[in-house]
Design a protein around this ligand. Structure first.
Ligand SMILES: [Zn+2]
Ligand SMILES: [Zn+2]
Length: 137
């Protein structure tokens, strides 16, 4: 036990920035009975573990957000490419096709402006099988 006329042994000097968690715990518990100090240490450990879990959760959340943004950007580029292809394969404004039609029992009233075959052409039918147009032709 340290009396008032007995100086305490010198403790290493710390600043708030330089002190480690272990040194802080040692400084706070050195006057406590051992069983209380153990409870204190357990509580500190629990807080540190909770903080580490929170940091990992935050890192995962940030990574998911970055992935979400990247996917949304990629989806936008994909849609722009699909729209460009559909635009190329719009129905042609071809009066002769309307007049004479195709040989498919008149099922096709228009020709593809790109392929010069019945509209919808193979390209448009392939797009229709997998996507929904976002602009009308
Ligand atoms: Zn076409
Ligand atoms: Zn046809």
């Amino acid at each position: 036990m340290w009396g008032p006329d007995q100086p305490e042994p010198a403790q290493p000097r710390h600043t708030a920035d330089s002190i480690t968690d272990d040194a802080l715990t040692a400084a706070r518990t050195r006057h406590l009975p051992d069983d209380i100090a153990i409870h204190y240490q357990n509580a500190v450990n629990a807080v540190v573990a909770a903080e580490q879990r929170a940091e990992r959760a935050e890192a995962r959340r940030a990574a998911l957000k970055r992935a979400h943004v990247a996917l949304a950007e990629q989806a936008g580029r994909n849609q722009a490419a699909l729209d460009a292809v559909r635009k190329l394969h719009r129905p042609a404004k071809d009066w002769s096709w309307k007049t004479f039609g195709c040989n498919h029992d008149g099922a096709h009233a228009q020709s593809c402006g790109r392929c010069k075959t019945c509209h919808p052409c193979d390209t448009v039918r392939a797009l229709d099988a997998h996507t929904t147009p976002t602009e009308t032709t």
